[in-house]
Design a protein around this ligand. Structure first.
Ligand code: ADP
Length: 584
């Protein structure tokens, strides 16, 4: 039931000509102003707004955005106000009125558009977006679809208006995770499905519209009826890991450039799309040439570092003797005697797993191992790959392994590996089954390409069982906190590389640092060096080391260490590779 009926006055200024539409938090009306001019009025109920629709000052975002709109391809802002009616607080804004129909309805009635007309739509739509995106704080529309394109009665496509700013946000405001009952997911950029949006998210939607107008189907479309939001998102992410299929049909005036434009606009990675609406417009009009993106370049990763190390290899590593020996025979010897290994049908393992408490040298050992073998070293933080943002994980995983293969022999160090191969039964699993499968497949045969995967985790029990089987992360080594002898060696190795005084008692230092993890020992030595510098002694002394120990606390409590050991024992119980476990 509309609050105002035909002929009634809203805020004593606008006469209702026609109640238009009722929504969840607003009503829209066609009204007449004091001069008899037709206007469009949106009335918003404060009581029905969601928290995410207000800015930090309590203003209604949609209304603040409406005030800024002034472009031929959006409805011009006229007025706004507040009122109280029916015991409720309301706000409204008024824009110019367009009499006509949506593009969706027009196509439903008249059938598809020609490629020439589609380009007209794209040009007008991108002009509107360029206006939004170049405000002092860019406005992201967030819901660009053919339902939100309004054509006037003349039907002239250049005059179309982009409407409905209900989900729009300023760039510095997080949009809400979309409710897919209200919004069509097939127009939405991958990042938008996860509640993040940017200028390039609107560009993706324009790409989806172009595909739809040309091929009569939404890109990566599937029947989503009966699926909940989470299922739809997961399925869509998996679908979008595969390059967009362009139907092979003859369409008048559809050229390679237009196909490339659609491809570029709908890339999974934000950086691979057109960066601005203007750029996309220029591409559609042939001002810039767009290369074919079908073999898109592998996704680059945050947190990736690739180096061929020139350090001392195993000589820098204190303790861990058993682990060094084991890897010497399982990996290094095989590589140094390839003929013999081949005759015996041996190849390096595909993968090994380092697990145990943080700060005990998992990463450090892998780096030193790469130095020792002369392998390339590729470090990847898996929580970045598994990030729910932007790209589905599958394509990225393939890209990482390809990179490792191209630079083989490579040690591919996957830190926090549990993030990409988390037990699939975990409900908080951000990674799709497609990505887990891709990972397992890559693991199955990377050893023969001289890629050795070292996964590191402090949560081994959360790893999918399938990843731990023979031929995958097969060898498992618990890396514990250093024992007394290892701590002693750590002090010796590290101190001997710096300026130090006589009289350092390494046994005593090791005794004083019981339950310290390796990272803590490194911190102690750094602290002592800093004290020496500050006090201008120029040398690390026993007294300074003792002082540093007194001023630091071990980062893990005894209880935490016990917990890691309990995890280890439980994990060992389920692991068939018991005899392979390193030093404990
Ligand atoms: P993890 O990956 O297990 O969390 P790190 O490899 O980051 O731990 O280890 C923390 C720091 O401890 C390293 O940067 C290194 O300085 C030091 N460290 C660890 N293990 C050793 C070792 N065996 N010998 C010498 N230094 C070590």
């Amino acid at each position: 039931m509309f609050l105002f009926q035909k002929g009634q006055l809203i805020d004593n200024r606008y006469t209702v000509v026609f109640p238009h539409k009722e929504g969840t938090y607003a009503e829209t009306y066609r009204v007449r102003d004091a001069n008899g001019k037709q206007r469009f009025l949106k009335l918003l109920y404060y009581s029905k707004l969601q928290y995410s629709q207000l800015d930090k000052d309590g203003n209604i975002i949609e209304l603040e955005i409406a005030k800024q709109l002034n472009h031929p391809n959006v409805c011009k802002y006229v007025d706004s106000g507040k009122l109280i009616a029916n015991g409720q607080q309301l706000a409204y804004f008024v824009t110019e009125f367009v009499s006509g129909e949506t593009l969706d309805k027009r196509i439903g009635r008249d059938g598809s558009l020609s490629v020439y007309e589609i380009k007209q739509v794209a040009n007008a739509l991108l002009s509107a977006l360029q206006h939004l995106h170049t405000q002092s704080t860019p406005i992201i529309h967030n819901e660009v679809s053919i339902q939100n394109i309004m054509l006037d009665l003349s039907g002239t496509l250049e005059n179309l208006k982009l409407i409905d700013f209900g989900h729009s946000r300023f760039l510095n405001q997080e949009p809400a995770r979309p409710n897919l009952k209200q919004l069509n997911p097939f127009y939405m950029a991958p990042e938008r499905l996860n509640g993040v949006s940017c200028v390039q998210s609107d560009i993706f939607s324009v790409g989806a519209i172009l595909y739809q107008l040309i091929f009569d189907d939404l890109p990566w479309f599937f029947d989503a009826s009966g699926m909940n939001d989470q299922k739809i998102i997961e399925r869509l992410q998996t679908e979008r890991d595969v390059p967009l299929r362009m139907p092979n049909i003859d369409i008048f005036e559809l050229d390679e450039q237009m196909i490339n434009v659609i491809n570029k606009a709908t890339q999974n990675n934000v950086q691979d799309r057109f960066q601005t609406a203007q750029e996309m417009k220029d591409a559609i009009n042939g001002k810039i040439i767009v290369e074919s993106m079908r073999q898109s370049s592998p996704a680059k990763l945050q947190g990736e570092k690739k180096t061929v190390k020139q350090g001392n290899g195993f000589a820098d590593v204190a303790g861990m003797a058993e682990l060094k020996e084991q890897l010497q025979s399982d990996v290094i010897d095989l590589l140094q005697n390839p003929e013999q290994a081949k005759e015996l049908g041996l190849s390096i393992p595909n993968g090994i797993l380092f697990y145990g408490p943080p700060g005990c040298g998992k990463t450090f050992f892998a780096e030193k191992f790469a130095e020792e073998t002369g392998f390339n070293y590729l470090y990847v933080k898996c929580s970045d790959v598994a990030s729910p943002y932007i790209d589905g994980g599958k394509g990225k995983i393939a890209a990482i392994f390809n990179d490792a293969r191209q630079n083989a022999p490579t040690i591919l160090f996957l830190d926090e590996v549990d993030a990409v191969i988390r037990d699939r039964s975990h409900h908080d699993n951000p990674i799709t089954a497609g990505a887990v499968n891709e990972f397992l497949m890559q693991l199955n045969n990377c050893g023969k390409d001289n890629v050795l995967v070292i996964g590191a985790t402090n949560k081994p029990s959360e790893i999918d069982e399938a990843a731990l089987r023979a031929g995958r992360l097969e060898f498992k080594y618990y890396i514990p906190q250093p024992d007394k002898e290892t701590r002693k060696q750590m002090f010796q190795i590290s101190v001997s590389k710096r300026n130090y005084d006589f009289g350092i008692n390494y046994d005593q230092l090791a005794d004083m640092t019981e339950n310290y993890v390796s990272a803590d020992i490194t911190l102690v030595i750094d602290t002592a060096a800093r004290l020496a510098f500050r006090r201008k002694t120029g040398k690390i002394t026993m007294a300074l080391l003792e002082e540093a120990i007194r001023n630091t606390k071990p980062s893990l409590t005894l209880e935490q260490i016990k917990r890691y050991e309990a995890i280890r024992d439980k994990f060992l119980g389920v692991s068939e590779k018991r005899e392979r476990i390193g030093f404990t």
